[in-house]
Ligand binder design. Structure first.
Ligand SMILES: Cc1cc2nc3c(=O)[nH]c(=O)nc-3n(C[C@H](O)[C@H](O)[C@H](O)COP(=O)(O)OP(=O)(O)OC[C@H]3O[C@@H](n4cnc5c(N)ncnc54)[C@H](O)[C@@H]3O)c2cc1C
Length: 348
């Protein structure tokens, strides 16, 4: 029979101060998701007048730590070892958990990237606290320093607010693209503490033999996205979507059924279980506008919906609605843009 253990008794929460942000990095540079989390942490730290602590782990972290300071951290801890050039679950989680035990932050936010999700769950177990994953809103109540973590629930039909009142640190992750990145300030004052790390043999159980770079583009930072849904009816519809997106210098997005059908890689899927995007222009062609899709693009600045159905849910979120068959509408759009700009996307 499975033994059900009681949770640890409540901690003395008054011992915990400050906000810590884990700084995801890749190829020796902070990721966009790390910068987003600095922005989130900075806003909370200002609200409750506390310190924002950054933690970066890698081969040579000094430059990244300084960058984190310019983006908004007050103190940044770097942990260096050539064995840490790439993410490894065991040493990264040991190092970050030890920093949590040392600094006792009231709140810890972690980018919800693939590595960040792995790391955050491991830290939550090591420090015996809770974790709210994939938050769309992260805030703090100034009167009691309680983290307010809001995330979609029940198939996105509701927004849940999750509070962790008895255990520390209060932890949350957010998917990349959920928040704006802050503006760096080269005149900001901050402290950097870079530490050399000696790893034990038992921390290096994975042996990294080779590393394959992903060739798919990352659509989370795209300024223009043209997305196609099941209304395309056939995989060739994506050629039209791609042609329009090339012409506008953008990226291709899709709904989940299109990725499920294997017409394009999952990296292009926008939504709850795909990418969170916030482009200046989002064109949704043949997309009904189900909540699981909307949650991934609702922060787009201008939304255009192309749909045969005048009552499509997508239209409620659109700034411009074109009612019609995408196979008639998109070629006309392409033609007009080419006429105005003199561009030839097929040459792109
Ligand atoms: C747990 C969970 C997670 C999910 N995560 C995601 C996610 O991350 N992303 C996501 O997108 N979905 C996700 N979904 C699926 C989601 O619920 C919807 O099923 C999906 O978004 C619908 O895709 P669609 O709009 O392409 O297709 P449909 O809902 O079938 O809509 C097709 C639209 O095309 C229009 N149309 C048809 N022909 C044409 C034409 N020729 N020209 C113009 N318009 C036309 C129709 O009027 C219709 O509005 C998730 C579902 C679950 C349960």
């Amino acid at each position: 029979m499975t033994e059900i253990k009681r949770a640890d008794p409540p901690q003395d929460v008054s011992e915990y101060k400050g906000i810590m942000v884990y700084l995801d990095s890749f190829d020796g540079a902070l990721t966009r998701a790390a910068l987003e989390m600095i922005g989130v942490g900075r806003k909370m730290a200002d609200k409750i007048n506390e310190t924002l602590i950054g933690a970066v782990i890698g081969e040579n972290t000094k430059g990244m730590a300084q960058e984190a300071g310019m983006y908004g951290c007050d103190e940044v801890y770097g942990f260096d070892s050539k064995e840490l050039a790439m993410y490894r679950s065991k040493p990264f989680s040991d190092i970050l958990a030890n920093l949590v035990f040392e600094k006792k932050p009231n709140i810890l936010v972690v980018p919800g990237s693939k590595n960040g999700r792995d790391l955050a769950a491991r830290i939550a177990v090591k420090v015996r606290s809770g974790l709210t994953a994939d938050c769309m809103e992260i805030d703090v109540e100034p009167e009691n320093r309680i983290l307010i973590a809001r995330r979609p629930d029940y198939g996105d039909s509701t927004m849940s607010e999750i509070r962790c009142e008895k255990h520390r640190p209060q932890m949350a992750t957010s998917r990349p693209g959920t928040f704006e990145t802050p503006v760096p300030d080269s005149k900001r004052k901050f402290q950097v503490d870079v530490r050399e790390v000696k790893l034990e043999k038992n921390q290096l159980k994975e042996n990294i033999l080779s590393f394959n770079r992903k060739t798919e583009e990352d659509i989370t930072g795209s300024k223009v996205i043209v997305s196609g849904g099941l209304g395309m009816g056939k995989p060739e519809g994506l050629d039209l979507i791609r042609k329009l997106s090339n012409l506008l210098g953008g990226s291709v997005g899709v709904t989940r059924p299109i990725a499920d059908l294997g017409w394009i890689s999952r990296d292009h899927q926008v939504g709850q279980t795909g990418q969170i995007v916030r482009p200046n222009l989002y064109i949704a062609a043949g997309i009904s506008g189900k909540p699981q899709h909307i949650v991934g693009m609702m922060d787009s600045k201008v939304v255009v919906s192309i749909n045969k159905d005048p009552d499509a849910e997508m239209n409620q979120f659109a700034d411009y609605i074109i009612v019609g068959d995408l196979y008639e509408v998109i070629p006309k759009l392409i033609e007009s843009i080419e006429r105005v700009t003199g561009a030839n996307p097929s040459a792109a």
